[in-house]
Design a protein. Structure first.
Length: 317
């Protein structure tokens, strides 16, 4: 069996892919070889992979991994380039010695913002401890804007004064819940979602560089959009199973188990009881919530990301 590594970002279907790959691990009798990569995420209580998340010395490396490089500084020691901390270091995966198959999920950043806003307002400290940290002024995400236009840098200074500084010292969740929705969406964009946007932005740069250098084999990496999975769940899962080279005789049983995690088919009661889902999937939900101000700032700071990911052809949205 090939090593399966799935890279995702906060609010791009993390739990869905974790559950799908857990189901796959169970069907393959690989329960002890599944892990949320501990170099990338601190959660260790996902059954049935708890043992693999806290392995004994000399145990076999996990063969199915879900990596979230957005959420912890520790990940930079393992999968991110030290001199360019936003860029995945594919050379560390060592394709010469390992048979890796990599998938990478993205989502429309505007819908990530809406999903993140509603989730972070209500999430528990147990699930997302970082949301309960106070946001300090020195941690505001200015460094990425050095690559932006003069207008973006100028608007950034005004955004800091209007939306971020008044919430300084509050936890991120307290800040969101203290603001009207328009202000909170700007805060969510600049403080809580910024790191995910940044890593998504640099993913293609890192991938193209690694393919050119020969440290990444293009045929062993597959991009998948969250929207594609939610709009045609069965076909998307089968497409992934084929890419992972899973025997076709197992497809139906894995798919049957994976369907439990298709939130688009959930009832209102299931959605209400789930700690991660906010509402049923709806394409372009951002259109129900973006104001002119939020749209202007999003285009200014992250408009190139929307185009780069293929969600828009230009800035005329």
């Amino acid at each position: 069996m090939n090593n399966i590594i799935h890279f995702c970002h906060h609010k791009t279907g993390t739990v869905l892919f974790k559950n799908f790959l857990t189901a796959l691990a169970e069907k393959l009798n690989e329960e002890d070889l599944f892990t949320l990569d501990q170099d990338c995420h601190s959660i260790t209580d996902y059954s049935p992979c708890q043992k693999a998340c806290t392995p004994e010395p000399n145990t076999q490396l996990a063969r199915i991994k879900v990596c979230l490089p957005d959420l912890t500084e520790d990940s930079s020691r393992y999968i991110l380039k030290q001199d360019q901390p936003s860029i995945i270091n594919f050379s560390l995966l060592d394709f010469d010695k390992n048979s890796h198959l990599i998938t990478h999920s993205v989502r429309d950043p505007r819908d990530m913002l809406i999903s993140g806003y509603f989730y972070h307002k209500k999430c528990t400290q147990e699930l997302e401890p970082w949301v309960f940290d106070a946001q300090q002024e020195e941690c505001f995400p200015r460094y990425w804007l050095r690559e932006k236009s003069e207008e973006a840098n100028r608007a950034y200074d005004e955004t800091i004064k209007k939306y971020l500084l008044p919430a300084k010292g509050l936890t991120k969740q307290e800040a969101l819940n203290s603001m009207k929705k328009e202000d909170a969406l700007v805060y969510e964009m600049m403080v809580l979602m910024h790191e995910s946007y940044k890593r998504m932005y640099y993913w293609n740069i890192a991938k193209k560089e690694a393919i050119r250098e020969g440290t990444l084999i293009e045929s062993r990496i597959k991009e998948i959009k969250f929207e594609q999975v939610m709009e045609d769940f069965d076909s998307s899962i089968i497409e992934l199973l084929n890419f992972y080279k899973i025997d076709k005789t197992m497809h139906d049983s894995v798919l049957e188990k994976a369907r439990d995690f298709d939130t688009a088919s959930w009832s209102k009661k299931q959605l209400k009881e789930d700690s991660h889902a906010n509402f049923k999937y709806k394409k372009d939900r951002w259109k129900d919530h973006f104001t002119d101000e939020v749209t202007y700032l999003f285009k200014l700071f992250y408009g190139d990301l929307i185009v780069d990911l293929g969600y828009e052809k230009d800035y005329n949205w």
